[in-house]
Design a protein around this ligand. Structure first.
Ligand code: SF4
Ligand code: ZN
Ligand code: ZN
Length: 393
């Protein structure tokens, strides 16, 4: 009897039970899900990833039908996946939202210019409108100039204050009152940990909010990735072959945040649920709104509190980072109500002068001092040259 040879190419492959996806039980598992280590196939991963974000959006009532929202788009993996997933979920579940990409150009050569090129490609790939707001246009400074003037140590503090206002201004320009950002569960747990470690009770309370609104801003912020793990965002972007920019900013994040991040990664490798657990602990903490007294050093270069109009204080914390805080004891503050406008730039500010203008004044003073030092050095060098030329041997 003739027995046909078996076809090695089309031969059905039998999978062991241990190789099967633990959700659908029919496809081959290709990964252990970082969040809970269950073995899962690619299709089920897409499904749980997208569905969990949908549940976060619905349970927290993040959007309303007809709302126009701006995605803070940096070209990095988080905001790229956010734009992609929001567009997908909007179509799948009919949220009825209008999505715009809003990017900030901080003026960091070799980093932001390249990442903005990615956002411009995303604009075409996802067919979403894009608006770019630059620090140069708004403040007449770039981050490269700020670092050259004020040093690298506090670059993220300057950048954070300026970006917050730039996003607000960009959104207002587009008639948008809601900016969504790609902050993920790792970022949030890291922030909770940092605030606990430095006893920053005031910030701790706000650090787990999924929606943040401030009386000093007409624009609210939300974080649809609040419960989404960074590793899953990277895997999603990888499997979906999304176009994103992965280089880190040349001005590394503050050393303290870097150390907290390292600690979190170590904890996560032992117990993956610790990221969600830290967020839940932060959410459950009920603390008295009381701030520990701490010794602060006034920064002579950027401090604004010698001015009679100053209402913001610049503190240098013991870990070297800069904090801008409003002085509640300042008598001038008493005349100002939340929702007032900055007397210099006209933007909404709960103080007489907004934080961005306070920092800008410090930078201007620093630049003037640097020019003076350079001129003095230049004159000194010229005098020395003349003296050397007059010497005869
Ligand atoms: S790392 Fe710091 S300086 Fe660089 S973009 Fe982020 S906040 Fe700005
Ligand atoms: Zn599956
Ligand atoms: Zn201002």
């Amino acid at each position: 009897m003739f027995v046909p040879p078996s076809d090695p190419v089309n031969k059905p492959k039998t999978l062991k039970v241990s190789q099967l996806c633990e959700l659908c039980h029919c496809r081959k598992a290709i990964m252990k899900r970082p969040k809970n280590l269950i073995k899962i196939c690619k299709e089920c991963f897409y499904n749980v990833f997208e569905t969990e974000i949908h549940h976060t959006i619905v349970n927290n009532k993040l959007f309303y039908h007809g709302e126009k929202i701006a995605v803070g788009a940096s070209g990095g993996k988080d905001s790229t996946v956010l734009a992609y997933v929001l567009k997908l979920l909007n179509e799948r579940y009919n949220y009825g939202i209008e999505i715009v990409l809003l990017s900030i150009d901080e003026g960091i050569v070799g980093y932001r210019d390249d990442s903005l090129a990615t956002v411009k490609r995303n604009k075409e790939q996802y067919n979403l409108p894009l608006e770019i707001i630059s620090y140069r246009d708004l403040y007449n400074w770039t981050m490269d100039e700020i670092v050259a003037c004020a040093g690298i140590r506090n670059s993220c503090t300057y950048c954070g204050v300026f970006r917050r206002q730039a996003l607000d201004r960009g959104a207002s320009k587009l008639g948008i009152k809601h900016v969504v950002t790609g902050h993920n569960a790792d970022d949030m747990a890291e922030t909770v940990l940092m605030n606990i470690l430095r006893g920053d009770v005031a910030r701790l309370e706000k650090s787990t909010s999924i929606i943040t609104e401030s009386s000093g801003s007409p624009v609210k912020r939300s974080k649809p990735f609040k419960y989404t793990y960074q590793k899953e965002i990277v895997l999603y972007a990888h499997y979906k072959k999304l176009d994103y920019f992965s280089t880190e900013c040349s001005y590394a994040p503050e050393a303290f945040r870097g150390t907290a991040r390292e600690l979190m990664k170590n904890l996560e490798s032992i117990r993956p649920s610790c990221i969600i657990d830290i967020i839940q602990s932060g959410e459950s903490l009920k603390l008295k709104p009381k701030r520990e007294k701490k010794t602060t050093i006034r920064n002579k270069n950027v401090s604004h509190n010698t001015s009679r109009n100053a209402v913001n204080e610049i503190e240098i914390r013991s870990d070297g980072t800069v904090s801008l805080s409003s002085s509640k004891n300042n008598s001038i503050r008493g005349n100002f109500k939340d929702g007032n406008r900055c007397e210099r730039c006209g933007y909404l500010s709960s103080n007489k002068v907004c934080k961005a203008c306070t920092l800008l004044e410090g930078l201007a003073k620093n630049r003037a001092k640097m020019q003076l030092d350079n001129d003095t050095f230049g004159q000194g060098a010229a005098k020395l040259t003349r003296e050397l030329e007059s010497l005869s041997f």
